[in-house]
Design a protein around this ligand. Structure first.
Ligand code: ATP
Ligand code: MG
Length: 399
């Protein structure tokens, strides 16, 4: 079957007025940006619907890309016909005929947005339904749980027929919620946290703390590769790579061992806040989940939060490790995350990290360091890399 357009459905029910306009603008931008370099298609908007005109491009290849555009609730490969009952009947039958496996049950759902069309929706349903039943003796009507729904939309700009609906990722289109700076390690959690933020419409930048030569070039490459995976959903990601060796060395020399992790995290936050300011990000995000490890207790988060005032978002806070891992598999970051390269935390892992650190003690221990100079120096030497989507990436591995 040669499809004419992909029908895109979208929208969270709560969106109204100005928010809705912004949502639509951002969605159109995302859709165009994921398709532009690969297909000669045209994106068109009309009253709460978006259409990708295929102009001969393969519907399934285009849909593979659209499956990763946040804000899309579902998509349908669709044909566009003349608003004429005989044509509608024939084309609907043709569409349902080519489905594999053959559906055993169906129903017809008509929306007559163009009231100039003379036949009421219920009547259209009946005419098309009867035509299909006559032509396909094995099929039955099921109005409650049909295997296939034949969707007819009769609109002023065209009459559309589809009988396949493929779920999109939902959420909000990237760009509507402002910018967030993700603390991206090489672990399982932080890429998932970044994905969840993007799903809420955030433009993502990432920051990584690198302790060369304690951590290898390969460990840094793994972080780039993880960021790369995330670009498939949100386009280019700027990665800020912070040289962290001097700070870690200073902490290890001057501070008590059980507070190493706490103080190290406080430095990460201070530096991230500066970078966020420079890049106009309105919040930080981490992959922390409550209680997962010693440094992820409420006391620890409090002690770490105390040194900055920018909000810290923790989208995984209430999730179990199994759920996070499942999501990592779905978004295709899991295999990369489990590659066994050292990260800056494992290099400095103390035997007994404190689980309930006290802010006043952390502050007192930090008096042994020139905090401001260390932070400023690390920010000054931070390198920004642009991570872009690979043009030839296959997409079959994604949901
Ligand atoms: P992850 O799987 O994301 O590494 P984790 O369970 O290993 O998380 P921690 O090592 O305690 O947890 O790190 C908590 C959070 O701190 C991470 O999710 C990440 O957001 C941030 N983080 C840790 N190490 C780094 C790093 N080297 N660079 C940037 N962010 C980091
Ligand atoms: Mg980690």
């Amino acid at each position: 079957m040669n499809y004419d357009v992909i029908l895109i459905r979208y929208g969270e029910l709560a969106l109204k007025g100005k928010n809705r306009d912004q949502f639509e603008d951002a969605l159109a931008r995302s859709v165009k940006s994921v398709l532009r370099s690969f297909f000669k298609v045209k994106v068109r908007r009309n009253y709460g619907r978006m259409y990708v005109e295929l102009h001969g491009e393969d519907a399934y290849a285009v849909m593979d890309r659209l499956k990763r555009v946040f804000g899309i609730s579902s998509i349908s490969p669709t044909i566009q016909v003349e608003p004429d009952m005989d044509t509608i009947k024939e084309k609907a039958l043709e569409l349902i005929r080519q489905l594999t496996p053959e559906p055993r049950t169906f129903r017809v759902v008509t929306r007559r947005a163009d009231k100039r069309f003379p036949i009421p929706s219920m009547e259209v349903n009946r005419i098309v339904g009867t035509h299909i039943l006559r032509a396909l003796p094995a099929i039955k009507v099921d109005v409650h749980e049909p295997e296939t729904v034949v969707n007819l939309e009769i609109r002023a700009e065209g009459t559309y027929i589809s009988c396949e609906t493929i779920p999109g990722p939902g959420g909000l289109p990237v760009g509507v919620s402002g910018k967030v700076l993700l603390l991206l390690s090489g672990g399982i959690d932080s890429p998932v946290a970044g994905w969840m933020m993007m799903k809420r419409g955030v433009t993502l930048e990432a920051i990584h703390f690198h302790s060369y030569p304690f951590t290898s070039e390969r460990a840094l490459q793994k972080v780039r590769d993880l960021a790369q995976k995330l670009t498939k959903w949100g386009g280019t990601i700027r990665l800020h790579v912070v040289p962290f060796t001097e700070i870690q060395t200073a902490i290890r020399e001057k501070c008590p061992e059980d507070y190493l992790i706490t103080i190290m995290r406080r430095f990460m936050m201070r530096i991230s806040e500066r970078v966020a300011e420079n890049t106009k990000a309105k919040a930080l995000a981490t992959g922390e989940s409550l209680g997962q490890v010693a440094s992820q207790t409420l006391e620890s988060m409090d002690t770490i939060n105390k040194v900055i005032s920018i909000p810290i978002l923790r989208p995984l806070i209430g999730m179990d490790k199994v759920d996070i891992t499942d999501l990592a598999r779905k978004i295709d970051t899991y295999e990369l995350s489990i590659l066994p390269y050292e990260d800056c935390c494992t290099v400095f892992t103390p035997k007994n990290p404190v689980t309930r650190p006290k802010p006043y003690l952390a502050a007192r221990f930090e008096e042994a360091l020139d905090v401001e100079a260390l932070v400023e120096d690390a920010v000054a030497r931070t390198v920004i890399e642009e991570i872009t989507t690979k043009p030839k990436e296959t997409t079959t591995d994604l949901f």
